[in-house]
Unconditional design. Structure first.
Length: 123
C-alpha cells in the first residue's frame, strides 16, 4: 500500500467517524454541519465516497457484482395502528419488514436511512 492509498484510507476513516457522530447526535445533516463548522457539500461528498468504498468491499467479499443482489426478498407490509394491513396513508401507519426471520417495524416518522441501515445489518 502506497502513501496515497494510506491517506485515502485515513480520510475515509476520519469521515466515517464524523458521520457516526452526526447519527449519534440525532441532528439533521444541516444542523450538525453548522454546529461542527463543516460545509454540507463536503459531508455529502464524503458520504458518497464511503458508500462507494463500502460497496466495493462488499463486492470483494461476496465475489463480484452478482453478490450485490440479495439472496431472498421479504414481504413489506404497511399496517395501520390497529395492526391490520392497509394501504391508507396516515401518520399512524407503520412500515414492517421481515428478513431472516426477524421482523422490523417502524412508525411512519422513523427516518428512512435508519430503517434501511437496520435492514442492511440484518441481511
Amino acid at each position: 500500500m502506497n502513501t496515497r492509498e494510506i491517506a485515502a484510507e485515513y480520510r475515509l476513516s476520519h469521515w466515517a467517524q464524523i458521520m457516526q457522530k452526526r447519527i449519534d447526535s440525532g441532528l439533521s445533516v444541516r444542523a450538525f454541519c453548522e454546529n461542527a463548522g463543516l460545509h454540507e457539500n463536503n459531508y455529502y461528498y464524503w458520504q458518497r465516497k464511503l458508500r462507494e468504498a463500502a460497496c466495493e468491499e462488499l463486492e470483494k467479499i461476496q465475489g463480484g457484482a452478482a453478490g450485490m443482489m440479495p439472496s431472498a426478498f421479504a414481504e413489506v407490509r404497511v399496517a395501520n395502528a390497529s395492526g391490520s394491513s392497509a394501504l391508507a396513508s396516515t401518520n399512524q401507519n407503520q412500515v414492517s419488514a421481515e428478513v431472516a426471520g426477524l421482523r422490523i417495524t417502524a412508525g411512519s416518522g422513523y427516518p428512512v436511512d435508519k430503517f434501511a441501515y437496520l435492514l442492511r445489518a440484518v441481511m
